[in-house]
Write a protein that binds this ligand. Structure first.
Ligand code: 3PG
Length: 409
């Protein structure tokens, strides 16, 4: 578990706290409306509420989208949602560190919350740098003198060495917020000394990430088994020289996933008994589900799910596991006929007594659709940061908090 300070280490009464959260949310490209406010609710109900109740003057920094993309919007809407979550007025200014923002910070009263503008409107925000380098930017130079403490609650953006993520930690006392703390605690539970057997179930389409995660958790004896499904399962089968049939092989080639095959071959060679691939798959024939054994492949039809035999086998492994990480659906669960694999495996995880951790946008959407979200021990709100953490990478935002903590002790 990384060593950082938390909200318990500071007295926030009448203090200005700059709080970096991750409000980045899916946005409807036409209406520009937020489609899912999970992250805003998560930060609002925990860190922000606690700081308000402790009498801090809370200054929120966050990003939304990337410049040039349709989801790159101001944070006015986020501030309005936050106000509903907190059931208190929330101030908002369309400025990050200019005069308007500075004035609004100086006018804040204890227990009030101010949301500043999307930090990515500052052109240098996304430059990569060390805390010390970023501390020299106008952004940090203008805001840090107005604040007493920096709180980083944005675990899901901690894989970015961006100005607002690491810059303040070089010049202000810094703490992890409650979401940062809870994500790291839950992840440490499965990555540091997990209760065994520990299994990783990797589905979805990101075979490159799944390969990196598998390597890390197997090489470090974290996982006892890695179970594959979805497109990841297909790529792993292809790496075992299974011909999936033209539509599927073409799909994989289009996605350039074939370039991963040498790495997956090596992994399977090293851990042949630990890397599990589907025994059977479900294909779509004239709009209907049909199951095909792997021995019966190739098929002329597109593969959209794992088959019944695979589901039974994987459920048996889930039943015996004490720690489970699941990331990525096992099939195209959005299509009713092909939701079977994902629904059954997520259901088995939900019913197990193991510590379970789920993450990734599609996995969370599937859990919500099947009404299983509350039965998972921990559902991460992170995407890319979670993936990098599971690959064993040090996240710059977390490293910066550790460095700040070491400086104070
Ligand atoms: C996320 O949504 O994963 C984070 O907010 C990071 O966003 P980014 O990939 O645009 O840096």
């Amino acid at each position: 578990m990384p060593k950082f300070l938390t909200l318990d280490d500071f007295n926030f009464k009448d203090k200005v706290a700059i709080v970096r959260v991750d409000f980045n949310s899916p946005i409807d490209p036409k209406t520009k409306k937020i489609l899912d406010d999970t992250r805003i609710r998560a930060h609002g109900q925990t860190t922000i509420k606690e700081l308000m109740e402790k009498g801090a003057k809370v200054v929120i920094l966050a990003h939304q989208g990337r410049p040039g993309e349709p989801d790159f919007t101001p944070l006015k809407q986020h501030a309005e949602i936050l106000s509903k979550v907190l059931k208190k007025p929330v101030k908002y200014v369309d400025d990050i560190f200019g005069e308007k923002a500075q004035k609004a910070i100086k006018e804040l009263k204890s227990g009030e919350v101010l949301v500043l503008e999307n930090v990515r409107m500052y052109p240098k925000e996304r430059d990569k740098g060390t805390p010390e380098e970023h501390a020299k930017t106008e952004f940090i130079q203008k805001l840090a003198p107005l604040a007493d403490v920096f709180v980083n609650d944005a675990f899901s953006a901690a894989h970015r060495a961006h100005v607002s993520i690491v810059g303040f930690t070089a010049v202000l006392p810094s703490a992890a917020g409650r979401i940062m703390e809870r994500e790291l605690k839950s992840l440490s539970k499965v990555l540091e000394n997990p209760e065994k057997p520990c299994i990783f179930i990797l589905g979805g389409a990101k075979a490159d990430d799944s390969l990196e995660i598998s390597k890390y958790v197997l090489d470090n004896a974290i996982a006892d088994d890695v179970l594959t499904g979805g497109v990841v399962g297909q790529v792993f089968l292809a790496a075992k020289d299974v011909d999936l049939g033209e539509p599927n092989m073409n799909f994989l080639k289009e996605k350039e996933l074939t370039s991963l095959i040498p790495g997956i071959k090596e992994l399977i060679k090293k851990y042949s008994d630990k890397v599990k691939t589907p025994k059977d798959v479900a294909v779509e024939v004239n709009g209907e589900r049909k199951e095909v054994l792997v021995e019966e492949l190739p098929t002329r039809y597109p593969i959209f799910d794992i088959g019944t035999k695979t589901v039974e086998k994987y459920k048996g492994i889930v039943k015996d596991a004490k720690s489970i990480v699941v990331s990525g659906p096992l099939g195209v669960f959005e299509k009713a006929d092909f939701s079977y694999g994902t629904r059954e495996i997520l259901g088995a995880i939900a019913n197990s007594k193991a510590f379970s951790l789920a993450g990734g946008g599609h996995t969370v959407a599937a859990l919500k659709e099947f009404g299983l979200k509350d039965k998972i021990s921990y559902v991460s709100i992170a995407g890319g940061a979670l993936t990098e953490f599971l690959m064993g990478k040090k996240l710059p935002g977390v490293a910066a908090l550790e460095k700040a903590a070491a400086r104070r002790s």
